[in-house]
Design a protein around this ligand. Structure first.
Ligand code: PEP
Ligand code: MG
Length: 585
């Protein structure tokens, strides 16, 4: 008799790729705790006890968070551990410490209900924010609310450490601490309903090399515990209950990628040099000292872009000079003999960090065209000097370079450089050592800077092209807006021309020129970037081996010829077909 059991339905979900790699396994669905709890009246004589019960739950939550913080500290270092500080701050917020208690005492409601009311109110306010950064913070408030609720209800928090077989985690959202717990366990990867590429969780997944797809909207509604899941973090795809042939294909693909990876690892100690002897510096981009181990394991020759915004993130108050100095000195020392380009703060745009300045309370109508990067730094010279002094002091420990973001013309570069010279004078007077020959450069990421690059090249020691922004500003395409992402074209002739002009102007002035936008990590474009005569490429640490392989297999003379041909007709279609032909050869 034929079986009537139907195979489970296959479904494909497309989300945002947050961390590359293939994960396969049974789904481990993290239950989503509903904060909508029942309300009941507390008798007058029990109100005090109800408040104490709430305070105890908050204290237990704090203990649990501090435990998590210690774990993160061991695994990833201080910067990532600081992410938990944001949670601890929410615990101390009047929203939790005052509003809930007030609701319990004045309305004589149970603690669970008072808590859910306070959290729902805060989430509603944050949801209405037009700024993505603030909207994202609602998840932090919800996570903290859930943690307290679990303690109030006496539930054991669901623990990823209970995983006992290779699984793909499926959840509405994951907190940074959840992500950290995954490393040593059986978590093959994770898929979440919400989140963007800039969420802390996505940043951590990348550092830990856990394949991840976020922004899948409703995946938790369709997946049941134990369902088979394939997750491709590179393409942002999740396949639920795949048929056997698809599973086989992905298994093969994963083996191939694993073998490729092992093959690439052999290149770690090799130089990034073309067959005909053109040497290029291949460095990596990092956000925190915790990523250095990974960078060295992948064979990067130093740091081509150290985004220092993380030093300012998720903390109470501004970092001191000593804190900056400790971070930078550590990075500079650990990558010796290679150099580290420390980029000064690039806060603003989509990277909103509340530094406590009054203008930060106002929402900018166009944040990407607003008070960002060097503009903010020059508006607050004391803030800027603290960082500059720390970078200078770190330069005594190795090869540090200083780079300014978002420079739009000569005046900004000169003003920043003047501050550097003033800080150098101070340090000399204080007998604090620094590298007197430290290179000071700038990012070419605003079109106006690219158009006066010949002047800038006379004054800067080096330039690094930030294509992430250069593309968005040149083509007027918001880099974080899905609706126009099809217009975001690295191979647009205007971009090619600006890169070409920048390199030429730099070389004419005897300066070196790098490229540190995401475009540098696209292996398809490597021959082209080589032919444009860039001196350095800086990519995410995981991409270093692949790019190195392409460099080592390329002939510089051919890459030059490719660029000469492309510049004759720099239309995207022509450049793409030239690249295709180049690859096939
Ligand atoms: C860039 O704009 O290309 C860049 C590397 O800087 P960020 O992505 O931090 O803006
Ligand atoms: Mg930029």
């Amino acid at each position: 008799m034929a079986s009537s059991v139907q195979p489970p339905e296959t479904r494909v979900f497309k989300g945002i790729s947050a961390s590359p790699g293939i994960a396969m396994g049974k789904a481990f669905v993290l239950e989503d705790m509903d904060l909508a709890v029942g309300r009941w009246q507390v008798p007058p004589e029990a109100v005090k006890a109800e408040v104490s019960r709430f305070r105890l739950a908050v204290a237990d939550t704090r203990k649990e968070m501090i435990g998590t913080q210690q774990k993160i500290l061991k695994l990833l270092g201080k910067t990532h551990a600081r992410l938990i500080e944001a949670y601890l701050l929410i615990l101390e917020d009047p929203l939790i410490s005052k509003d809930v208690v007030k609701n319990i005492t004045t309305n004589r409601v149970n603690a669970e209900y008072a808590l859910s009311e306070a959290v729902a109110g805060a989430v509603k306010t944050l949801e209405a924010a037009t700024d993505e950064y603030f909207r994202e913070r609602r998840h932090d408030v919800l996570d903290v609310g859930r943690k307290i609720l679990l303690h109030l209800l006496g539930h054991q928090p669901q623990d990823l450490e209970d995983l006992n077989e290779p699984s793909v985690i499926v959840a509405r959202n994951l907190t940074p601490s959840d992500t950290v717990h995954m490393k040593a366990q059986f978590a093959e990867g994770f898929a979440t309903d919400i989140g963007g590429r800039t969420s802390h969780t996505a940043i951590l997944a990348n550092s830990l090399e856990i394949p991840a797809v976020v922004g899948l909207h409703e995946i938790t509604r369709h997946v049941r515990p134990g369902d088979m899941v394939i997750l491709d973090g590179t393409t942002g795809t999740v396949i639920l209950n795949p048929p056997p042939d698809v599973v086989d294909n992905y298994r093969r693909e994963r083996d191939i990628r694993g073998a490729e990876r092992r093959d690439l690892e052999r290149l770690r100690d090799q130089t990034a040099q073309t067959v005909d002897g053109r040497r290029i510096a291949l460095a990596a981009n990092i956000d925190s000292p915790g990523e250095i181990k990974n960078l060295l394991a992948n064979g990067a020759e130093g740091v081509g872009l150290y985004r220092t915004e993380f030093v300012y993130l998720n903390r109470g108050g501004l970092p001191t000079e000593e804190e900056h100095y400790r971070h930078y000195a550590k990075v500079v020392q650990s990558v010796l003999p290679h150099p580290v380009i420390i980029r000064t703060l690039d806060i603003g745009g989509d990277k909103l960090v509340d530094l406590g300045f009054p203008e930060m309370n106002k929402r900018e109508p166009n944040p990407f065209l607003g008070l960002r990067g060097i503009r903010l730094a020059l508006r607050h010279p004391d803030l800027f000097r603290t960082q500059i002094r720390a970078i200078l002091r770190a330069s005594a420990h190795g090869k540090a370079r200083m780079m300014f973001p978002m420079v739009s013309g000569l005046e900004e570069f000169r003003a920043a450089r003047k501050l550097v010279l003033a800080c150098m004078d101070e340090l000399r007077k204080e007998n604090l050592p620094f590298d007197e020959k430290i290179e000071v450069g700038l990012m070419i990421e605003v079109p106006s800077a690219a158009l006066v690059v010949d002047y800038l090249a006379q004054e800067a020691d080096f330039m690094s092209i930030g294509t992430n922004d250069l593309i968005q500003y040149t083509l007027a395409v918001d880099r974080v807006n899905d609706e126009v992402s099809h217009l975001y074209e690295p191979l647009h002739p205007a971009i090619l021309r600006l890169i070409h002009q920048t390199v030429q102007a730099g070389h004419a002035a005897g300066k070196w020129v790098g490229l540190c936008g995401e475009m540098a990590g696209d292996a398809e474009l490597t021959p082209f970037l080589l032919g444009l005569e860039l001196d350095e490429l800086s990519v995410s640490p995981g991409m270093v081996p692949k790019i190195k392989k392409v460099i080592r297999e390329s002939k510089f003379a051919d890459c030059r010829a490719l660029v000469v041909d492309a510049l004759k007709d720099p239309s995207r279609d022509n450049v793409q077909s030239l690249l295709r032909r180049f690859r096939n050869r």
